[in-house]
Design a binder for this molecule. Sequence first.
Ligand code: 13P
Length: 247
Amino acid sequence: MTIKKSNRLVLGNWKMNGNILDNAILLNGLKNVDYSLHCDFGVLVPFPYLSQTLSILHGTKISWGAQNLSIHSSGAYTGEVSATMLKEFGCDLVLVGHSERRILYKETNSDIAKKAFAALSVGITPVVCFGETLDEFKAKQTFNIIENQVSSILELGCEIVSRMIFSYEPVWAIGSGSAASPEYVQDIHFFIRGMLDQIGASGIKILYGGSVKSSNAASFFVMPDIDGALVGNASLIIDDFLSITKL
Ligand code: 13P
């Protein structure tokens, strides 16, 4: 993994998509990239495809990881996957607290902090996601919601938080085809950066996610506090994803 501090970071979240044949096309396609780029990139794949991802991307500068992990290290937790297991498949990264997990699987701020800690304990970088729902957005609750979600992670302290990546993903923009405006996202990122600054961890990357595509990505990347993107649908189309990494 080569995520440089100064580089932009573009991550593809495949969500629950893929099959062995299509993945091979996508992963091999990712390898055809110019490594002199100022952008680092990676993919977050479903658990069963970690082995395939490892075998295709091994030895490249591309990062990969999973979309969830257990708070436990081992034991009687049927259906769960530990951080140590992810490490065996070469994962550099793991998504934590994606809104689909917060909403559909009732993950709490406390679960998310534990998952982020579990990942870091084996040297995997957690990409911790935050974001308000449409109702919260309409009720002008965005800053309160973000403050609440982010504070519970900041309780882990500067030394730990400094090793994370954050991603702001307003739920109402995810999968909608309409991204939030870059100015709006910049304001939220600036707010998060201010919270990070209070514990001395303002240097970490803050990505934006929510209907990022090749046609709008550049408008986010020019913003001072947007360090990259977490891309869903467009990461499943090799040309779209590559063109975002090349901006
Ligand atoms: P879309 O890019 O499909 O809106 O998904 C965003 C997302 O949830 C990435 O984690």
